[in-house]
Design a protein around this ligand. Structure first.
Ligand SMILES: Cc1cc2nc3c(=O)[nH]c(=O)nc-3n(C[C@H](O)[C@H](O)[C@H](O)COP(=O)(O)OP(=O)(O)OC[C@H]3O[C@@H](n4cnc5c(N)ncnc54)[C@H](O)[C@@H]3O)c2cc1C
Length: 342
């Protein structure tokens, strides 16, 4: 998201730009996502939820989002709904394929299969490689010794290139390198990218969450980001959700807990009946690292270098806010600043 948004904005401002894309298609994890681009309704709530983040950066994302969403719509990005389904937040859900096409069309020169491997001299660069969740070595070093057991719930190309390139240019690390956003997934034998949403188990508040040794964890956030972060640090990055029968009818977005469990069972995940309860085995899926490079409110990380999207940390620290929202707003601002238009 961040790289295409920056490129589209730069092109709109008349710049000749090139997008280097490591993958064989544009859109990165945005293309695989549910594509809800959102903010907390109240800034104070954002601060409470993500208390470790930089308030100035958070303010920039929060204040910039509504205009940025209108800008996306103006580019022709198809809207699915203007509801997030969460009373704490507001935002827009786009069709991810249509959004990718609209941004790539405006960005123009997107060169697929062409990773950026070093920073060119004398040319402003906006790094937006999508975080380091795809590099098990970096994940083990920064997040969990169970890195190899995690499911990569993201595009395969975001392997920390931005972090390495920015560090080499003497940019500083942000806070929160040990934090990530993800989902616990039903522990099916095979999990393809089309399963990332249907196999997500987001009903910890209706369950007893325990690791496979029986140690219990009390969920504490609405987004359940704490639950997946805890699971990632358990043996095998696995846990069990034990659901009492009377919770099976509880809603989880447009499904019920019972329907979500049936999809897990059908995919071959371990699902067991135990008296009046159902136990579902889950494995932590890592979607986006939340720590990365430190940036200022214009996205600057070093001389001639801007960093946006999941490569930049310090926005969601301590909790969860929309990664697509920060990628969009910071990507746009970085392009404007790089062209001296802020
Ligand atoms: C199933 C799923 C559901 C999600 N739902 C939501 C949601 O509803 N709302 C939300 O806010 N977030 C959601 N997310 C998270 C969100 O999609 C990502 O956090 C977001 O896309 C990050 O934006 P980005 O620009 O940093 O990275 P990306 O969108 O992943 O883009 C990074 C790009 O950089 C490329 N790249 C990597 N290395 C290099 C290199 N060296 N040179 C050139 N290119 C490189 C990658 O190939 C990729 O195309 C979801 C993610 C998934 C997988």
């Amino acid at each position: 998201m961040a790289g295409l948004a920056a490129a589209a904005r730069a092109r709109e401002l008349g710049a000749g730009i090139v997008v280097h894309e490591k993958g064989d298609r544009p859109g990165g994890s945005m293309y695989l996502s549910s594509c809800v681009v959102w903010r907390y309704r109240e800034f104070e709530r954002f601060r409470e939820e993500c208390a470790g983040g930089d308030p100035e950066l958070q303010r920039v994302v929060w204040e910039g989002l509504d205009d940025a969403l209108a800008w996306l719509e103006g580019l022709g990005a198809p809207v699915v709904t203007r509801e997030t389904g969460n009373p704490l937040t507001s935002g827009v859900r786009f069709d991810p394929m249509g959004l990718t096409e609209a941004l790539a069309r405006r960005a123009g020169d997107v060169r697929l299969g062409r990773p950026l491997t070093e920073l060119p001299d004398g040319v402003p660069v906006i790094l937006a490689t999508g975080g380091f969740q795809g590099d098990a070595g970096l994940v083990r070093e920064q997040i969990t010794p169970e890195a190899r057991s995690l499911v990569l719930r993201a595009n395969p190309w975001s392997t920390g290139d931005g972090l390495r390139l920015a560090r080499a240019a003497r940019a500083a690390d942000s806070v929160g390198l040990a934090e990530f956003y993800g989902r616990n997934l039903a522990a099916a034998p095979e999990i393809a990218s089309a399963d990332f949403v249907p196999l997500a188990q987001v009903y910890a508040k209706h369950a007893r969450v325990e690791n496979l040794a029986g140690d219990v964890y009390e969920a504490r956030t609405w987004s359940e980001i704490d639950v997946v972060q805890w699971t990632a640090r358990q043996p095998g990055a696995r846990a069990r959700y034990v659901v009492p029968d009377d919770a099976l009818a509880e809603p989880v977005r447009e499904r019920t807990v019972g329907e979500v469990i049936e999809v897990a069972r059908a995919a071959g995940a371990p699902v067991e009946r135990r008296g009046g309860e159902t136990a579902v085995e889950v494995v932590a899926g890592i979607t986006t690292t939340l720590g990365g490079i430190a940036i200022d409110p214009r996205g600057r990380a070093a001389d001639g270098l801007w960093v946006a999207g999941a490569d930049a940390g310090g926005i969601s620290t301590g909790g969860w806010s929309s990664a697509l929202a920060s990628a969009l707003v910071v990507g746009k601002i970085a392009a404007e600043d790089a062209l001296g238009r802020l």
